[in-house]
Design a protein around this ligand. Structure first.
Ligand code: PLP
Length: 395
């Protein structure tokens, strides 16, 4: 990334011009992000939309994406670690931010300073939050999580009810929220949600004074209306990627992963390519070198399995994916040359490759494909075809 490409300098540059000299990059479509937020908010008919932007907004870059979601009308944000919340405040986010994961008592002071809503799992943490809030002259909101069967974070029913009552008596704490998380929201048979719903209802019934209830991720929000409660925690669907088995409003993928062909080489019949020579040309072939690898989050097990788009055509990955590069067979795609754009995720002409398709080929899930994309890839944020911001490759 050229150092001259500052945020202001590129403000009106087109995406094509901005990426001319990049080996590989990520494009984030801010128009699509805003449209997805609006479509999902509308689909939730009156329930709050909590944008989950943990893990750097699933690899897309929370510092730019969260402010864009805020403008588009989401109601709150959720992250998992406290420091993700501090980062959102630095990025200028003003809406409430729920920290869904674990916090230590030492997090209380900075969390109160940043007006983060911590999920409180112990009286010790609650006391620290109350003391920090008293010092700051505020009342800090906290949420309590019930473990309704996932057995991940949260407290069992009885312990959650007891803790909520204890927290209620602390002077500078307000127990605003009660929450849980579903175990198999996107499976064909998601009926375990009914058992979890039953346990959550027991907790909510015993804590009727807690005003804000939330239980649903993307799949739950779209499949089980009864679990929407006060707000739904939507991550994946905001990226325009649907969880498996989940119908929903039309959304558009916001992320594209592209690279420029670095070399086109002839491979004779019977010759092999890449480490281990695991693919051998069955005819005189042409292969194109794509300068992206598993260090960028492009999975090693996509070797001999995945495809990329070049000149609007699908080209199969041949041989192993290396740390920084891999090869595709372009024998049947005429005219491919150095500098051509290869689309690893996204659309090119009439063809497109989704994160879900890559996940299937890589034997993982779309969340993992997105969140794995690494910092070496510069992110270009565009709106109306013009580049609005760049998050440079970081070291
Ligand atoms: C990640 C996460 C979500 C969002 O899940 P999506 O499937 O991406 O919508 C919601 N709630 C919790 C607790 C999470 O960890």
């Amino acid at each position: 990334m050229g150092e001259h490409l500052t945020q202001t300098a590129i403000a009106h540059e087109s995406l094509v011009d901005a990426t001319t000299n990049e080996n590989a990059w990520i494009e984030i479509d801010l128009d699509a992000a805003a449209a997805n937020a609006e479509a999902l908010k509308h689909a939730m008919s009156g329930v709050e939309l909590i944008a989950v932007v943990k893990a750097n907004a699933y690899g897309a870059g929370a510092a730019t994406l969260a402010p864009a979601f805020e403008v588009a009308g989401v109601d709150r944000f959720a992250v998992v670690w406290p420091h993700e919340g501090y980062m959102l405040r630095q990025a200028g986010v003003t809406l409430p931010i729920i920290v869904l994961g674990h916090a230590f008592p030492a997090d209380a002071t900075p969390a109160v300073r940043s007006a983060l809503t911590l999920t409180c799992h112990s009286l010790e943490l609650g006391r620290s939050i109350s003391e920090a809030a008293a010092r700051a002259g505020v009342v800090a909101k906290v949420h309590v999580k019930v473990d309704t069967g996932l057995h991940r974070f949260g407290l069992d029913l009885e312990a959650a009810v007891a803790l909520a009552e204890q927290l209620r008596r602390l002077p500078n704490v307000e127990v605003e929220g009660l929450t849980t998380h579903m175990a198999n929201a996107d499976e064909v048979d998601d009926s375990f949600a009914e058992e979890q719903h039953r346990v959550f209802e027991l907790a909510a019934g015993r804590l009727p004074w807690i005003p804000y209830l939330h239980t649903a991720n993307s799949a739950t929000a779209l499949r089980r209306r009864e679990l929407r409660y006060s707000g739904v925690r939507v991550g994946l669907a905001l990226h325009g990627v649907m969880p498996p088995n989940t119908p929903g409003p039309p959304v558009t993928p916001i992320l594209a992963l592209r690279a420029r062909v670095a070399r086109v080489a002839e491979v004779g019949e019977g010759e092999g390519v890449s480490y281990g020579l695991t693919w051998k040309a069955s005819r005189a072939s042409k292969v194109a070198l794509i300068p992206v690898g598993y260090a960028d989050g492009w999975r090693r097990n996509l070797g001999n399995r995945g495809t990329v788009l070049i000149r609007g055509q699908r080209c199969p990955i041949v041989g192993r994916v290396c740390m920084d590069q891999f090869l595709v067979d372009v024998t049947d795609t005429p005219g491919v040359e150095e500098g051509d754009i290869a689309t690893l995720i996204g659309s090119d002409g009439g063809e497109s490759i989704t994160a879900s398709e890559v996940a299937l080929a890589a034997e993982t899930i779309s969340w993992d494909v997105l969140a794995s994309l690494q910092a070496r890839l510069p992110r270009f944020y565009h709106r109306g075809g013009a580049v609005e911001a760049i998050a440079p490759a970081m070291w």
